[in-house]
Design a protein around this ligand. Structure first.
Ligand code: ARG
Length: 445
């Protein structure tokens, strides 16, 4: 039972936050005239020593201590005697754990925001270095229209920007201090909850004691924000894996961020991207796991909720390691501009431009689309690209095609034409790059 019941094996990582909460609670108890000033001082000094002992590994955290809250109190009492037992006045492990996870998660989210900022910077730097790199843009993984590689990278920047926004939202809603809820009904002592909130860096206190101890929305929100972030990274990973294949050959990852094969000497595998893609499943699993744990739980605290920690902790660890390794992998990848450009030349990526040309001559788009389709079919039959057709061939396809169609279907023209806000024209992309750089200067959050 002891082993089954214990959470100390994993919640030990909350020790700093538990002690921070306990120090604040001791101060609140002084204000409520439950502890005398010198008593609180002894408790606080004792807690600081306990923190050092746990950090240095001197304190042994064994299963009979059950969880980090009991462990800290036991270590404190061992140090300062029965006075340690006064600290738990007016609180319960239920409001204590609700506080600790919030404090811990807030710190971790700030770290994740910093790492995400680093990745955004790497994307922007790589985009800046590739302002004139042209690649095929795809739909259905079929070559569709030419785009700038910088534009493609900045699409991921947008995704990460939304991820940052979601994490900040999550922080904002999490910014409530639950102490004072006690086990569930609220504390009978005159605890100054606002004071506790100020001491612990929260903007406000929770409004309902039952909700304070039974709410894990903030953890679920974080897990869903993390899942979406990982989903984005899995998409980028998939592209990196494709691009670095011999079939595409668009990029080459640095040796430092790829591995060889134990049997095939020629292999260079994109392990970082593959692992990031693979770990996405694990993070989704944690989201579903906590949602399922919380499903149908009656109010207020239930021991089921002890199961919140492992999915949360593993998600934090996973997202952090992936973000840490991702930015340098991007920074060190080599881009094969020639190969990308060549790929843009085959596959009729400029067929839409031929149709748009006819639209400018007054033809309804549907008819223009059909005529451009005829041009593509003609090229396939004659093994030519649209750029290779001569004026007579164009004229035979439609009398509206004049001499200037040759220029209109050039890749450069195709790109330059898309100068709508948010489009892939070099001028538009440069504008977006400037905006992104300005945003990045503002910092991680
Ligand atoms: N270890 C518990 C958890 O992680 C702390 C709260 C326990 N409360 C209780 N009344 N048993 O959820």
């Amino acid at each position: 039972m002891e082993e089954f019941n214990a959470s100390i094996g994993f919640d030990c990582r909350l020790f700093r936050h538990d002690i921070r909460g306990s120090i604040a609670h001791a101060k609140v108890l002084v204000k409520a005239v439950i502890l005398k000033e010198p008593e609180a001082r002894r408790i606080i000094n004792g807690l600081k020593e306990v923190e050092k002992e746990i950090a240095s590994g001197k304190a042994r955290l064994t299963p009979e201590l059950e969880d980090i809250h009991m462990a800290v109190e036991a270590l404190l009492t061992r140090k300062i005697g029965p006075l340690g037992g006064k600290l738990h006045t007016g609180r319960s492990r239920n409001d204590q754990v609700a506080l600790d996870i919030r404090l811990y998660l807030k710190d971790e989210i700030f770290e994740i925001l910093d790492l995400a900022h680093g990745l955004k910077r790497a994307l922007v730097e790589s985009a800046e270095a590739n302002l004139d790199t042209v690649m095929p843009g795809y739909t259905h993984l079929q070559r569709a229209q030419p785009v700038l590689f910088a534009h493609h990278l900045l699409a991921y920047y947008e995704m990460l920007k939304r991820d940052t926004g979601r994490l900040l939202d999550c922080l904002e809603r999490m910014d409530e201090m639950p102490l004072g809820a006690g086990a569930l009904a609220g504390s009978p002592y005159a605890l100054d909850r606002e004071y506790a909130a100020r001491l612990l860096g929260f903007s406000r206190v929770t409004d309902n004691s039952l909700d304070s101890v039974s709410d894990r929305d903030f953890a679920i929100e974080f897990l869903s924000a993390a899942s979406i972030l990982m989903m984005h990274l899995s998409r980028l990973s998939e592209e990196i894996i494709l691009w670095s294949s011999q079939e595409f050959g668009f990029i080459e990852l640095s040796d430092a961020f790829s591995t060889g094969s134990s049997i095939m000497p020629q292999k260079k595998n994109p392990d970082v991207a593959e692992l990031a893609r693979g770990k996405t499943g694990r993070v989704y699993g944690h989201l579903v796991s906590l949602l399922t744990t919380m499903k149908s739980l009656p109010l207020a605290y239930n021991k089921d909720m002890q199961e919140d920690k492992e999915p949360l902790f593993d998600t934090i660890d996973t997202v952090k390691t992936v973000l840490k390794v991702y930015a340098p992998m991007l920074r060190t990848m080599k881009v094969d501009r020639e190969r990308m450009l060549r790929a843009t030349g085959a596959g009729f990526l400029n067929a839409t431009d031929a149709a748009d040309y006819l639209v400018r001559k007054g033809l309804p788009f549907r008819e223009a689309h059909e005529a451009a389709g005829r041009a593509v079919a003609y090229c396939i039959r004659n093994e030519k690209s649209l750029e290779e057709l001569d004026s007579n061939e164009w004229k035979a396809l439609s009398p509206l095609f004049k001499e200037d169609i040759k220029d209109a279907v050039s890749i450069r023209r195709s790109l330059n034409a898309r100068k709508v806000y948010g489009g892939t024209a070099p001028d538009s992309v440069k504008k977006m790059l400037r905006l992104a750089k300005k945003e990045l200067e503002k910092g991680a959050c």
